[in-house]
Design a protein around this ligand. Structure first.
Ligand code: SF4
Length: 408
C-alpha cells in the first residue's frame, strides 16, 4: 500500500494551560506569540521569563513549538527585533514565524542553527514564484495565504516539492487579505498589524447620503441589521484527504485568544480527522464533523480553498453573533475511582445533565451531577466559576477531561 502523506496539526496556545490542553488533545505542535512582536497584542502571551517551562512542556510531550514574531517592523523596531532573536536562541523553539523580510534578514544573521524560519500567512504567499523567492531568502516553510485554492497548492507543490507548505484549516477569517487591512487603524486608531484589531468588519453598517445626515438606510433587508463585511469562519474538516493530496504538510488552527474549551474541541476534532486519513479512511465520520458545531462559532465556510468563485458564500450579512450550543462547565483536575475534582469555569447545578469529553471523541459520555461537594466535604447545590468541587460520576474521568452542558 502507498504510504500516506503525513499531516502535522498545529494549534494556538495563548497561555501555558492552553498549551497543555492543545498537546493533550492531539496537537503535534503549538504556536505562541512573542510579546510585542506578534499580531496578537491582547492574547495572554506566555511569560518568557518562564522559557524553561515552555521548552520543558514541549519536550516532555514530544511536540514542537513555533513562536510568532510576525509583526511588520518599523525602523524603530529593528533593535527590538535583534534582541528578540537573541532571546529566541535561548528559548530554542523549533521554528519562528515571521512576515517582514527585514526580520528574515535579522534572523538569518543571528538565529541559532537548527531553529527554522516559517513565513507567516501575513506575507500573502499565493503562487510558486513567490514560494521560490522565499526559499531563496532562507525560509524553510511557507504558511500560504487563505486565498489560495487546493488546485493552486497542488501546482505550487509540484513546482517547489521540497518546500514545506502549511495552511490555516479552521477559525476566523479577515474580509481583507491577512495583514492588509487598515479598517481598525482608520476607524479606531488601533492597528491590526500591531495585533490590536478592534474588528470593525464585525460591526453593523448603514448607508447615509451626505445631504441627509442622521438618516440611516438599510443596505440589505435583515431584521437585525447589515453586517456587510462580516466573514464566516473557516472549516476544512471534511477536506483532509483533499488537503493531503494537494501536498500540504501542516494544517493550522486559528485562535490564540480563543478559550481552552474551544481549543480542546477543535484540536481533538482535527486530530481524529487527520488520524482517520492516516488510517486510510476516505471520509471523516459525521460525529467528528459535528463536534465543531459544539463550540462557539460563526457560520462555516470552506473559504477559497475548494472553489474561489463561491465567495458569495463567505459572508454573513444578517448577524455577527456567534452560534453557541454548549457551555463549558469545568475541567477535571484529578480523579479517584468515580470521585472527580473539577475546576469550575461556569455555574454547575445539582441535577445538571452533562457530557464528559476527552481527547478521544469515541469515549465521550453523559453523566448527571447528583452529588457535589466542596473541598471540606460539604454538600453543594451549585458551584460557581473559580471553585474546586468534588463530583460523583458513574464512570471514571481523567485529568484534563472537560465537562460541558447543552444549552437549553
Ligand atoms: S477589521 Fe476585520 S478584516 Fe480587518 S484585520 Fe480586523 S478582523 Fe481582519
Amino acid at each position: 500500500m502507498k504510504k500516506k502523506h503525513k499531516i502535522e496539526l498545529v494549534a494556538p496556545a495563548g497561555n501555558i494551560e492552553k498549551l497543555r490542553i492543545a498537546f493533550l488533545y492531539g496537537a503535534d505542535a503549538v504556536y505562541i506569540g512573542y510579546p510585542g512582536m506578534s499580531l496578537r497584542a491582547y492574547a495572554e502571551e506566555l511569560n518568557f521569563g518562564d522559557e524553561e517551562i515552555i521548552s520543558k512542556e514541549a519536550k516532555k510531550a514530544g511536540k514542537k513549538l513555533y513562536i510568532a514574531l510576525n509583526a511588520y517592523l518599523k525602523e524603530a523596531d529593528l533593535k527590538k527585533a535583534e534582541a528578540a532573536i537573541k532571546k529566541i536562541n535561548v528559548i530554542t523553539p523549533d521554528a519562528i514565524i515571521v512576515s517582514d523580510p527585514g526580520m528574515i534578514k535579522i534572523a538569518r544573521n543571528l538565529l541559532r542553527c537548527g531553529i527554522k524560519i516559517h513565513l507567516s500567512t501575513q506575507a500573502n504567499t499565493l503562487n510558486s514564484s513567490s514560494v521560490l523567492f522565499w526559499k531563496e531568502s532562507g525560509v524553510d516553510r511557507i504558511i500560504l495565504g487563505r486565498e489560495v485554492t487546493l488546485k493552486d497548492i497542488r501546482m505550487i507543490k509540484k513546482v517547489v516539492p521540497d518546500m514545506e507548505l502549511e495552511i490555516f484549516c479552521h477559525g476566523a477569517m479577515c474580509v481583507s487579505y491577512s495583514g492588509r487591512c487598515l479598517l481598525s487603524s482608520v476607524m479606531t486608531g488601533k492597528s491590526a498589524n500591531e495585533g490590536k484589531c478592534t474588528h470593525p468588519c464585525r460591526w453593523k453598517y448603514y448607508l447615509v447620503e451626505e445631504k441627509r445626515p442622521g438618516e440611516y438606510f438599510q443596505i440589505e433587508s435583515f431584521a437585525r441589521g447589515s453586517y456587510i463585511l462580516n466573514s464566516k469562519d473557516l472549516n476544512m474538516i471534511d477536506y483532509i484527504t483533499e488537503i493531503a493530496k494537494a501536498g500540504v504538510d501542516s494544517i493550522k488552527i486559528e485562535g490564540r485568544m480563543k478559550s481552552l474549551y474551544y481549543i480542546a474541541c477543535v484540536v481533538r476534532a482535527y486530530r481524529n480527522a487527520v488520524d482517520c486519513y492516516h488510517a486510510g479512511k476516505k471520509r471523516v465520520p459525521k460525529k467528528i464533523i459535528e463536534e465543531l458545531e459544539k463550540i462557539s462559532h460563526r457560520k462555516y465556510t470552506t473559504g477559497f480553498y475548494v472553489d474561489r468563485d463561491s465567495d458569495s458564500d463567505m459572508q454573513i450579512a444578517d448577524t455577527s453573533a456567534y452560534e453557541r450550543k454548549y457551555d463549558f462547565l469545568g475541567i477535571v483536575e484529578k480523579s479517584s475511582k468515580n470521585t472527580v475534582t473539577l475546576e469550575v469555569r461556569n455555574k454547575i447545578r445539582k441535577g445538571d445533565s452533562v457530557e464528559v469529553i476527552g481527547p478521544d471523541i469515541g469515549c465521550d459520555r453523559e453523566e448527571t451531577i447528583n452529588l457535589m461537594f466542596d473541598q471540606n466535604g460539604g454538600v453543594l447545590k451549585e458551584a460557581n466559576p473559580g471553585m474546586k468541587v468534588k463530583v460523583r460520576f458513574n464512570g471514571c474521568a481523567r485529568p484534563g477531561d472537560l465537562v460541558r452542558k447543552k444549552n437549553e
